[in-house]
Design a protein around this ligand. Sequence first.
Ligand code: F6R
Ligand code: ZN
Length: 188
Amino acid sequence: MKKTTQFIEPFGVDIDLDIGAMPGAAHHLVRRASDMRGYYTDEAALERLICQGDPVHYEVFETPVPEEIGHLMYCISTLQPGRVGDEYFMTKGHYHTCIETAETYLTLRGNGYMMMKTAEGRVCWEPMCRGRMVYVPPYWAHRSINTADEPLVSFCVYPGNAGHNYGDIASEGFSKRVYLRDGQEVIV
Ligand code: F6R
Ligand code: ZN
């Protein structure tokens, strides 16, 4: 029978559950504060952070598999703790290019939220904490937000053909954001 999905050899990978890394990962994406221009409410606070050493915001570790139907892409996403002004550190967020694809996020460490939205304007958020899995259904853009004082580490799995569309969410934005105000975490 002709195989339409690429045949590859089985493999295993090591995951450091404590620090939130995949030591042998072939791809290691690092996003710094300077990669986040345009995403936070307080632009001046972001520029100050960039001037103060441009710290790492988040990292993604993955060993890619073929980007096609049938395969499962997986990665470790590690989002550092911190705030830009009073807004908690967050990922850029994206829709999947193939919008009919879902994703699961299993939190391994830390606390925060998965903020999700549809192109029609529905917004929804789910708490992220160790031992909890968030299911991001097809059609929902998603961004993680770290509200704790330690890294927020997730193990993500999604279809190989999902792809990432950052452009639409960069222009639409998310209508709900998470801040620390008067000592309280608020979603407004
Ligand atoms: C993959 C996925 C995560 C994110 C990661 C970084 O589909 O949702 O692995 O890629 O948390 O966030 P973004 O990609 O929004 O910069
Ligand atoms: Zn995704």
